[in-house]
Design a protein around this ligand. Structure first.
Ligand code: ATP
Length: 238
C-alpha cells in the first residue's frame, strides 16, 4: 500500500548541549493511520515530538508536512498547517472550568466556531457533563480527554500525542484509544502516538516505530511488532 505520508521525518537529530537526544530519525505518519512511537524512558520520544512541532530546533534533518518542508517553522505556523501537539502532562488551567479551558485553548487555534465546541463535546460526553466543573476537580482521564478535545478544536489533520495513557487505569486508556481509532477511521485523522505503554499502543496502532537511544531500531506493522517476543523483551517492556 502506498498511503500518503502526511508527516515525513528525515534524518532528524536534536541535542541538549552535549546530550544527543535524537540521532538521525526517519519515520512517516500516514493519512488515516495511527503510528505509535515506542521505547523506554529516555529513548527520545518526547524530544521527537517537540522537534517535529517546532519546540526544539533540530541539528540535522527535515520535517515534511503534506510534502511541505516545515523544518524550523514556529509552533503557531504548524497549527495553521494542520498539526496539533498534545504534550505530556495534561496541562490545563486548574482554576478555570472545563468550558473556559476549551475557550482559552481555542484562542491559539485561529477562528473556532461554536459548532467546533459542540463537536468536541459530542466526542467526549463525559467532558460535556463536566463542562461547568473547575478543571482541578477532573480525574486524570477526564483531563486527558479535555486536552485532546482542546487539540481537536481546530480540526487538525495530524495529532501528535505524548504519553496519553500515563498513570491512567487500563479501562480509561482503552476508552481514549478507542476514541482515537474512531476519529482516524471516520475522519481520516492521522495520529503520531508516543507511548511507553507499548502493549496498549500496539493494540490500537497500525504501525509501530521503536526508538532506542535516539535511533530507530525497527519500524513494522503493529501486530507483527506485538508478536515479536525478542523485540518486546529487549525494548518494549512486556
Ligand atoms: P520520557 O518518556 O521519559 O519522556 P523519552 O523517550 O521521551 O522519555 P526524552 O525525554 O526525549 O525521552 O529524552 C531523550 C534524552 O534527552 C534523554 O537522555 C534525556 O535525559 C535527555 N533530555 C530530555 N530533555 C532534556 C533537557 N531539557 N535537557 C537536557 N537533556 C534532556
Amino acid at each position: 500500500a502506498t498511503a500518503q505520508g502526511v508527516l515525513e521525518v528525515e534524518g532528524l537529530s536534536a541535542s541538549y548541549g552535549p546530550v544527543k537526544a535524537l540521532d538521525g530519525v526517519t519515520l512517516r505518519a500516514e493519512q488515516g493511520r495511527i503510528t505509535a512511537v515506542l521505547g523506554a524512558n529516555g529513548a527520545g520520544k518526547t524530544t521527537l515530538l517537540r522537534t517535529i512541532s517546532g519546540l526544539v530546533r533540530p541539528t540535522a534533518g527535515r520535517v515534511l508536512l503534506n510534502g511541505e518542508d516545515v523544518t524550523r517553522s514556529p509552533v503557531e505556523a504548524m497549527v495553521t498547517k494542520g498539526m496539533s501537539h498534545v504534550p505530556e502532562g495534561r496541562g490545563v488551567i486548574a482554576e478555570l472550568t472545563v468550558d473556559e479551558n476549551l475557550r482559552v485553548g481555542s484562542l491559539f487555534r485561529g477562528k473556532v466556531g461554536q459548532d467546533e465546541f459542540d463537536r468536541v463535546y459530542d466526542l467526549f460526553p463525559r467532558i460535556k457533563e463536566r463542562r461547568t466543573s473547575t478543571a482541578h476537580t477532573l480525574s486524570g482521564g477526564e483531563r486527558q480527554m479535555l486536552v485532546i478535545g482542546r487539540a481537536l478544536l481546530a480540526r487538525p489533520k495530524l495529532l501528535l500525542l505524548d504519553e496519553p495513557s500515563l498513570g491512567l487505569a487500563p479501562r480509561i486508556v482503552a476508552q481514549i484509544f478507542a476514541l482515537l481509532r474512531r476519529l482516524v477511521d471516520t475522519e481520516g485523522l492521522s495520529v503520531l502516538l508516543v507511548e511507553q505503554n507499548a502493549r496498549s499502543a500496539l493494540s490500537v496502532a497500525d504501525t509501530g516505530v521503536v526508538l532506542n537511544l535516539g535511533r530507530v531500531v525497527v519500524t513494522d506493522d503493529a501486530h507483527r511488532l506485538a508478536g515479536d517476543e525478542d523485540l518486546r523483551h529487549a525494548y518494549l517492556g512486556f
